[in-house]
Design a protein around this ligand. Structure first.
Ligand SMILES: Cc1cc2nc3c(=O)[nH]c(=O)nc-3n(C[C@H](O)[C@H](O)[C@H](O)COP(=O)(O)O)c2cc1C
Length: 323
C-alpha cells in the first residue's frame, strides 16, 4: 500500500518538475533569451510562408499578416546569434516576390517586401536559403543510404487517391526495423483512407490547411501507454513512437511514396476528440499523424526547410568534466 502511494507521489513530483521546466524554458517565457525566442519564432513563421509557396494551388497574396510579422520580427533579430532565421526568411520573401511578379500581380505588400529585402541585403550580406525547392521522387535507391536519408522531404502535393493496401503494409513492415526501448514495440499505426474521416481528423489536427482536401491516406501513430510504467518512463511513449514515425517516413520515401508528418501538439481534450473520431483506444498516446500517397504529376515542389549549421547543434564535450 505504502509503496503504491509512494509511486503516485513520485509521479506527481515528476510532473510538477516537468511543469516547472516547461514554464521556465518554453518559447513564451520571458526568462528565455530574447534572441533565442526570436530564432525559433522566425523559423516557425517563415516556414508557413515556404509551405504556402510549396502547395499545389497557391493563393495569390496569401499570408500577408504572417509576412508582416516575419519582417518586423527580423528587424528585432540579431543575425550574429545565428544567420539561419534571416537566411531563411529573406529566401522565402524573395520566392514570395518572384511568385507574384511572375504572375504579374501587384499589391502594396509586394513593394513593402521589396524595400525590406533591399534594406536587409544592404545591411547584412547574407546568403539566402529559403523558399521552395524542386523535388524528384526516386523510389528505391538501392544501397545509397545517405542519399535516401538526405533526399527525403515533406511533400504536400498529393493526388488524393487511396494507396493499395499491400503498399501500406509493406511500408509499415519496413518501418518495424525501428529500434524501441527493450524492444517493447509499443508503437501502433492507424490507417484512414475514407474521405469524410480524413477530413474530420485533419480538421482536428489543424496543420494541413491548403492541402488537406488532397490527402487520400492518413496514419495516426501512437504508443500503447501500457508498455510504460513508473515515473521515469512518463515521456517514453513519445520517444519510441517518434522513432517509429521517422522510419515510416523513410520507408515511404524508399518506395517512392510522398509523405508529410503532421503534428499532434494538442491538448488532452483534442486528443480525446481525435481518439473518438479515429476509433483509437483510450490507452494509447497520440504522437503524430502522417499524410501520404501518390503525388500530382511533376514538377513537384517542397518547402526549402534549410538546416542549421552543424556547429550550432554539435556540442563536443571533450576532456574532463569541471565538476
Ligand atoms: C513532429 C512533426 C510535426 C509536423 N507537423 C506538420 C504539420 O502539422 N503540417 C505540415 O505541413 N508539416 C508538418 N511537419 C513537417 C515539417 O514542416 C518538416 O518536417 C520540416 O519543415 C523539415 O522539412 P523536411 O521534412 O522537408 O525535411 C511536421 C514535422 C514533424 C517532424
Amino acid at each position: 500500500m505504502f509503496s503504491k502511494i509512494g509511486k503516485i507521489l513520485q509521479f506527481l513530483s515528476e510532473y510538477m518538475q516537468d511543469l516547472w521546466l516547461c514554464l521556465r524554458y518554453n518559447g513564451y517565457s520571458p526568462l528565455v533569451d530574447r534572441q533565442k525566442r526570436l530564432f525559433y519564432k522566425i523559423i516557425i513563421e517563415t516556414h508557413t510562408i515556404e509551405k504556402g509557396l510549396s502547395l499545389p494551388f497557391r493563393r495569390p497574396l496569401f499570408g500577408r499578416d504572417k509576412i508582416r510579422f516575419v519582417m518586423s520580427s527580423l528587424d528585432g533579430y540579431d543575425p550574429s546569434f545565428s544567420p539561419l532565421p534571416a537566411e531563411m526568411a529573406l529566401g522565402a520573401l524573395e520566392s514570395y516576390l518572384r511568385f507574384h511578379r511572375d504572375g504579374s500581380i501587384d499589391d502594396p505588400i509586394l513593394d513593402e517586401i521589396a524595400v525590406f529585402l533591399s534594406r536587409w541585403h544592404d545591411k547584412y550580406r547574407l546568403t539566402t536559403r529559403g523558399g521552395v525547392k524542386s523535388v524528384q521522387l526516386h523510389g528505391d535507391t538501392g544501397d545509397a543510404r545517405p542519399v535516401l536519408l538526405q533526399s527525403r522531404v515533406s511533400l504536400r502535393m498529393f493526388d488524393g487517391k487511396a494507396l493499395p493496401l499491400d503498399v501500406v503494409q509493406e511500408v509499415v513492415r519496413i518501418a518495424q526495423s525501428a529500434p524501441s526501448q527493450c524492444n517493447r514495440q509499443s508503437s501502433q499505426v492507424h490507417l484512414y483512407q475514407d474521405r469524410s474521416r480524413i477530413d474530420e481528423l485533419l480538421a482536428l489536427q489543424g496543420g494541413s490547411r491548403g492541402f488537406s482536401k488532397h490527402v487520400g491516406n492518413l496514419f495516426v501513430v501512437t504508443s500503447e501507454i501500457a508498455a510504460w510504467g513508473g515515473p521515469g518512463q512518463r515521456n517514453q511513449p513519445y520517444v519510441d513512437s517518434a522513432l517509429f514515425a521517422m522510419c515510416l517516413l523513410l520507408a515511404f520515401h524508399s518506395r517512392g511514396v510522398a509523405a508529410c508528418p503532421l503534428n499532434l501538439a494538442i491538448t488532452n481534450k483534442i486528443e480525446r476528440k481525435i481518439k473518438t473520431a479515429a476509433d483509437i483506444p483510450a490507452g494509447e498516446r497520440l504522437a503524430m499523424m502522417i499524410a501520404f500517397g501518390s503525388t500530382l504529376s511533376e514538377p513537384l515542389r517542397a518547402a526549402m526547410s534549410p538546416r542549421r549549421h552543424v556547429d550550432e547543434i554539435l556540442h563536443m564535450h571533450f576532456g574532463i568534466s569541471a565538476q
